[in-house]
Design a protein around this ligand. Structure first.
Ligand code: NAD
Length: 288
């Protein structure tokens, strides 16, 4: 196992603020060492005012790239040379790849969701996908599901600062993909209940169920679920959220947290930087 740094070590960054809590450095460095790749991944506190300098550093230090997270996901677009289709449609970037000074932005969160579902035996193709939330996670999940051939995307959001983004996401899906998207107000309980009964896959991307909202769930009544659906919570701390408990009480067969998605979005970035497949099972063991 390569556990040294030398004059040839290539740097990959993570630029966000606050960011010191992130599991990404542990995940990527474990994978580099396992595969004997001479890379190192470091987190940097880069807030919006420092972002231009941060991107300049990617070029100056000949870094292979960087992840970015809030508050930089949209702001970074102006400093990049190119966007791939996922970032173009999401109007957000979480991964930057530096090809000899040409910086391309990608969004791997949606791919992470899809790949995690695939590994668990589920496809979104021709399915109805219900997504609550239209922020940093809900947007790529809805858009990537549409790009992967979902029949219908039902987006539920509360009337807050993300409402316009929910509308934008539906417009993008309807204009740029073969999928059909509709937006509903989350306070429309009847519509939400009906959508849960008709969808194949429900993904909660609101963050309800973690932190101060740890004992809350958008669905409190198990009878709103049906056993043959998929219930997916993007939250991974705690590993079993209140929503997942309600789904389990309802006898739902396929109930997942966001840990697999988190590793898969990292694996997609890892592949872009190194050309290699992340040793996913090994990495998951390091994160437990
Ligand atoms: P965000 O702030 O960008 O968006 C939050 C969304 O949830 C918005 O649409 C907002 O309207 C909605 N929302 C917020 N509070 C709500 C409430 N009380 N009731 C109903 N809706 C509410 O956040 P984000 O970056 O999209 O993150 C959302 C969650 O997804 C977080 O828990 C985050 O940890 C998780 N996440 C997981 C992964 C992963 O790989 N598993 C990746 C990204 C984010």
């Amino acid at each position: 196992m390569n556990n040294f740094i030398d004059g040839h070590t290539i740097l990959i960054g993570l630029m966000a603020y606050p960011i010191r809590h992130s599991m990404s450095p542990t995940m990527h460095n474990a994978a580099f060492q396992k595969l004997n790749l001479n890379f190192v991944y470091l987190a940097f506190d880069v807030d919006a005012p420092q972002l231009a300098d941060g991107v300049k550093a990617i070029r100056t230090l000949e870094m292979r790239g960087s992840n970015v997270s809030m508050p930089n996901k949209q702001k970074i677009i102006q400093y990049l040379d190119k966007l791939d289709i996922t970032s173009e449609l999401n109007q957000a970037v979480n991964t930057v790849v530096n090809d000899n000074g040409v910086l391309t932005g990608y969004t791997t969160d949606g791919v992470g969701f899809i790949n995690d579902l695939k590994k668990k035996g589920h496809s979104v193709k021709d399915q109805t996908v219900l997504v609550t939330g239209a922020g940093g996670a809900g947007t790529p999940i809805a858009i990537q599901s549409a790009l992967e051939g979902a029949k219908e995307i039902l987006i539920f959001n509360q009337h807050d600062e993300h409402w316009d983004n929910a509308q934008r996401n539906a417009e993008v899906i309807n204009q740029k993909t073969a999928s059909k998207a509709k937006v509903f107000d989350l306070s429309d309980t009847d519509a939400f209940k009906t959508a849960l009964q008709t969808c194949d896959i429900y993904c909660d991307a609101t963050g309800v169920g973690m932190g101060k909202l740890a004992d809350m769930s958008l669905v409190e009544d198990p009878s709103w679920f049906k056993p043959d659906m998929v219930v997916f919570d993007t939250v991974y701390a705690p590993r079993t959220t209140k929503l997942m408990q309600v789904a389990q009480q309802a006898g739902v067969k396929f109930v997942y947290n966001g840990l697999g998605m988190m590793v898969e979005q990292g694996a997609a970035a890892f592949k872009l930087w190194t050309g290699q497949d992340m040793p996913i099972e090994f990495v998951k063991q390091q994160l437990l």
